[in-house]
Design a protein around this ligand. Structure first.
Ligand code: PEP
Ligand code: MG
Length: 754
């Protein structure tokens, strides 16, 4: 006996199939389908929205809706109830829309008399590709059974909405999107390096076309075979790949355990017992978990959900015997393009051939990105639309240094990439050679070289570079990559990880530096006119003192028994510094009074980023244990020039007399007061600029891990005294930039500034 839910769903699906098999156009068919669904479900109106241009919803078919609104974009993802359903990929049922805070009234829809609402997402590749909406004139609470029926129907409707015919309609909308004629696409780098190869679009997931089982025993047998085979293959692949040791191996081991989980297997088997095919049962098991966990803000659980998606897709491939793109690759250099990917998916390809990875939905904590990084594969993420636009078999170049992807690169671009790949290999060899040599200039001046870190994979550079320590830990990065504001314990674990990795080396923590271009996902955008000079950085943490106190507590605990260095960003005057420092001292006293173990020494410093403090150095330096210059912000304020405005990038140069004079003034003052002084802005990461800094008297430079080898090479090839004489001779120059002179000087004197 089938349940009433299944009976009703089957009835709708049968009719749906007969409408969709007809010869009418897709538009006529879908209008017929939504009408039929409305009638069967007792709704007064219905609509089918389709996702266009990645995140907009066009009304494609409607019943008892204003026909004029059809084929027009009505909602953005996140806008109104329908936008909310699409953005969250979750069903939303509302008894009376007029009292719902998210409801947005769209006059053009002609839905004034409708009260109740249910929106069900049409999902494919984990994304909402549309929304099915039903409405009633009366206030009506949709039952769990109705919801289940509609969700089952939505699975089949998704197939129709992703058909070829439908793509034509979507293309009309996409004509205006930039992706069509862009060759160079900007994304976000998740793993550094350059790669060139033939694209392979990673499509594993297949649609579930048959939902109800005809023979349960047969389905259970299919499941048993597929499950067993999948696990045998997975074990073999992961064992055979020579992966060394590290977090990536732990990730793959966890995945392997997940794939062989008995509880998961049982859930699928139970779903088969209730009447579903093996494929639909796998999907249903995933959906159950998704419904329970997708609302969680816990990053760990979200990652688990991600793993379950991947392992479900893998099992579905074994059930159908169709492995999508995976088996059809014969090029020797490939670039894999995926919407999303599981960590073990890389092992399905010959990973030694993978020259690059592009993941549309990638995030830095994503497991596949961590595995790819360990395998030295450059990864670029967040290029909207690339997955649906790209085709297998085309040449693609991946620039994991700056986060660009080139589709069909020209001969010149290809040539450039080949050079860059060769250069990088050379540099890496050189870095390895330099690792154990001191950062000493030719005339014997030791320069301390530190790292700037933020993401946890930056921590690997601490060992690989043999640096003197961490000169800037951008604590906002873990805040930015977290789904909720990390509490004290969570923060302690982040900071502790760094302290442990650093061992006896110096570590400088910077207090939370958010606002301006660094926004936290869980804080609304304040919407300021001039965010760079607005409520940001120390201004926020002084006003929201509890955040600062918690962070300081976490610093103190993570550095218990060791030396703690904390600096405050964007300090504008002495009063602000003293205020922040006092908060730290109070927290330190509190910890001591509680009898907790505290750092054996605490040094408090500030960043020099706002010009006003330079005019107060005589008062500030006696009160500070150290200073560090954030040349990125300092240059933006000295030149009154937005650091993120591409129109202005080359207009002013830090290698010019005004800026170099400011830098000289700061280092001389710091030396006068005997205060440790370093540079942690980008200037220290660029060899020619770092050369100028050493010439001005800087002995502490903090830079990105990827620049370390180049800067060290530069230091070892320069004579500090000679460069000092030369740079001081330029400080009265009226030129816009002194870069050409400094580059010629470096060439003439054999200084390595690659
Ligand atoms: C700077 O401004 O130079 C700096 C190091 O800080 P951030 O780039 O994080 O603003
Ligand atoms: Mg800054």
């Amino acid at each position: 006996m089938q349940s009433p839910t299944i009976n009703k769903a089957m009835e709708i699906l049968q009719q749906l199939r007969s409408i969709s098999e007809g010869t009418d156009s897709i538009s006529v068919k879908l209008n017929g389908i939504v009408q039929m669904i409305a009638e069967k479900m007792g709704a007064d109106a219905a609509a089918c929205y389709v996702t266009v241009e990645g995140n907009r919803l066009a009304l494609f078919a409607g019943y008892k809706m204003n026909p004029e609104a059809q084929n027009k974009v009505i909602f953005h993802f996140g806008e109104g109830l329908t936008g909310e359903v699409a953005a969250d990929s979750r069903t939303l049922s509302v008894a009376d829309v007029w009292s719902h805070p998210k409801f947005v009234h769209k006059e053009e829809l002609g839905e004034d008399e409708y009260k109740s609402y249910i929106g069900v997402p049409l999902i494919r590749w984990k994304r909402s590709i549309g929304v099915l909406v039903l409405q009633n004139k009366k206030v009506h609470e949709y039952s769990a059974m109705e919801i289940e029926i509609l969700e089952t129907v939505a699975m089949v409707l998704s197939e129709i909405v992703s058909s070829e015919e439908m793509n034509e309609f979507k293309k009309e909308f996409s004509k205006s999107t930039a992706l069509n004629d862009r060759e160079k696409l900007k994304g976000v780098s998740l793993s550094k390096g350059y790669g060139l190869g033939v694209s392979v679009v990673h499509r594993r997931r297949q649609a579930v076309t048959k939902i109800f089982a005809e023979d349960k025993e047969k389905e259970l047998h299919r499941l048993e075979i597929a499950f067993g085979q999948m696990n045998v293959d997975l074990d073999k692949k992961i064992t055979e790949a020579k992966l060394g040791m590290g977090e990536h191996v732990d990730i793959l081991d966890a995945y392997r355990m997940f794939a062989s989980d008995k509880g998961w297997y049982k859930k699928i088997a139970n779903n088969i017992q209730s009447g579903l095919t093996a494929e639909a049962a796998v999907e249903r098991a995933y959906e159950d978990m998704w419904n329970r966990l997708s609302g969680t803000t816990d990053t760990y659980l979200r990652e688990r959900l991600h793993d379950l998606r991947d392992v479900s897709d893998r099992l579905a491939s074994y059930l159908s015997g169709d492995f999508g793109s995976v088996k059809k690759v014969d090029a020797k250099d490939i670039v894999v393009i995926a919407q999303t990917m599981g960590p073990a998916d890389l092992m399905d390809y010959d990973y030694t051939k993978i020259r690059g990875l592009i993941i549309e939905d990638g995030t830095p904590t994503m497991h596949v990105a961590i595995v790819a990084k360990a395998l030295n594969i450059p990864v670029v993420a967040k290029i909207k639309g690339i997955f649906s636009e790209a085709k297998t078999g085309e040449l693609v170049a991946v620039d994991g240094m700056d986060g660009y992807v080139y589709l069909h690169p020209s001969m010149q671009v290809q040539q450039k990439f080949k050079e860059k790949i060769a250069q990088r290999e050379l540099l890496q060899a050189k870095l390895a050679e330099l690792k154990d040599l001191p950062a000493k200039t030719k005339d014997g001046k030791h320069i301390n070289l530190y790292l700037n870190v933020g993401l946890s994979f930056d921590l690997d550079y601490i060992d690989s570079t043999n640096c003197d320590g961490v000169g800037l830990y951008r604590t906002e990065i873990p805040f930015m990559t977290s789904d909720i504001m990390p509490d004290v314990n969570r923060q302690v674990s982040y900071y502790q990880e760094l302290m442990d990795k650093a061992g006896d080396k110096k570590v400088i923590f910077r207090s939370l530096d958010v606002g301006s271009d660094k926004l936290l996902p869980y804080w609304g955008n304040v919407g300021e006119e001039n965010p760079a000079i607005g409520w940001r950085s120390i201004r926020i943490t002084l006003d929201r003192r509890a955040i600062l106190r918690k962070q300081i507590k976490a610093f103190l605990r993570a550095a218990a028994g060791k030396e703690l260095n904390v600096m405050f960003p964007m300090i504008t005057n002495l009063a602000e510094f003293e205020d922040a420092k006092e908060t730290l001292m109070i927290e330190l006293e509190k910890e001591k009074r509680k009898g907790d173990s505290v750092p054996k020494k605490v040094n408090v410093g500030l960043m020099i980023e706002v010009p006003s403090v330079i005019f107060q150095l005589d008062e500030i330096l006696p009160k500070a244990d150290f200073i560090s210059i954030g040349t990125n912000d300092l240059a933006q304020f000295i030149f009154a020039c937005d650091r993120g405005n591409p129109r202005l990038t080359e207009r002013y140069d830090v290698l010019s007399a005004p800026f170099l004079n400011v830098m000289r003034e700061i280092v001389e003052k710091a030396n006068k007061y005997g205060v440790y002084c370093s540079v942690c802005g980008e200037m220290a990461s660029n060899p020619i600029e770092a050369m100028a800094l050493v010439g001005l008297g800087y002995r502490n430079l903090s830079m990105s891990g990827s620049s370390f080898g180049r800067v060290k090479g530069m230091v070892r090839s320069m004579n500090a005294e000679e460069v000092s004489d030369y740079i001081h001779s330029l400080l009265k120059s009226g030129k816009r930039t002194l870069r050409p002179q400094l580059i010629s000087y470096a060439h003439d004197h054999g200084i390595e500034i690659y």
